[in-house]
Design a protein around this ligand. Structure first.
Ligand SMILES: CC(C)(COP(=O)(O)OP(=O)(O)OC[C@H]1O[C@@H](n2cnc3c(N)ncnc32)[C@H](O)[C@@H]1OP(=O)(O)O)[C@@H](O)C(=O)NCCC(=O)NCCS
Length: 222
């Protein structure tokens, strides 16, 4: 019988850890795959302002944005698809702080989409980041009064280009199969359809099938 290196339980553990490409930071198991983007790449710089076009820009969230955050998370569509309701300045403050902390914690690059003439918030575009793997997931919403003016598409294009430029080779986009406007945004941006993840996200009305799209750095930007 073959000699087991670690006794009766460790070999199973070793197999499980080594077999899972996401379990890199485990003592005694050294990954052969280098980090795609080094840790510290985000937190070592200030979150930038990103120009979109003559009318729009992406900028970090500010305390003054709290009323817009309350307006957003009082809208039935945003509440439904983002599973959060915000009704007080204190809650809005916490949300804004969480966006800033997420940059410092290298978990997310969350931007307000603003009208450059007034600096007022029209929406949100974010990349939820995994530096180690060089991947991210895009998220967005647009305030009801700013919809159907290509705000999501223009902001989505800008944050996708910014993300690829930062080093994320793959950016995913997921939406419920019932969220047709979001699917149109994905198509407008040239995110390729990859399939349906069955019952993968729970909303207030139960689990939803999620349509997965992705954009690779080598893909054309529409
Ligand atoms: C989805 C959402 C972000 C779209 O924002 P938007 O700024 O209005 O979208 P755009 O104007 O950039 O439109 C992009 C494309 O989607 C289409 N579209 C947008 N809203 C649509 C709607 N309600 N019905 C059908 N198509 C729609 C546009 O016609 C456009 O396609 P086209 O260029 O072929 O004409 C916005 O409706 C929203 O915030 N919804 C609630 C939150 C949400 O669903 N977030 C996404 C969760 S995955």
């Amino acid at each position: 019988m073959m000699q087991r290196r670690w006794g009766s339980t460790k070999p199973q553990l070793e197999t499980a850890l080594v077999g899972d490409h996401r379990c890199r930071n485990v003592a005694a198991v050294t990954s052969t795959v280098p980090e795609a983007i080094p840790a510290g790449a985000m937190r070592s710089i200030n979150q930038p302002r990103v120009a979109i076009d003559d009318e729009l820009a992406l900028r970090p969230w500010a305390t003054a944005d709290r009323p817009a955050v309350i307006q957003a998370f009082s809208d039935p569509d945003i509440v439904h698809w983002h599973s959060r309701r915000i009704t007080t300045l204190t809650e809005a403050d916490e949300w804004v702080e969480a966006q800033r902390d997420a940059w410092a914690g290298e978990r997310s690059a969350s931007f307000a989409i603003v009208d450059v003439a007034t600096e007022s918030v029209l929406g949100r575009a974010a990349l939820h980041t995994q530096l180690e793997y060089g991947t991210a997931e895009i998220a967005y919403w647009v305030l009801p009064g700013a919809r159907r003016r290509n705000v999501a598409a223009r902001a989505g294009r800008a944050i996708t280009a910014w993300g690829h430029g930062f080093g994320f080779h793959r950016i995913e986009l997921e939406h419920s199969v019932f969220n047709e406007p979001s699917c149109r945004v994905a198509q407008r941006l040239g995110y390729a359809s990859e399939g349906i993840k069955r019952s993968s996200v729970r909303h207030a009305d139960g689990p939803h099938d999620m349509h997965l799209h992705s954009h690779l750095v080598s893909d054309e930007m529409l």
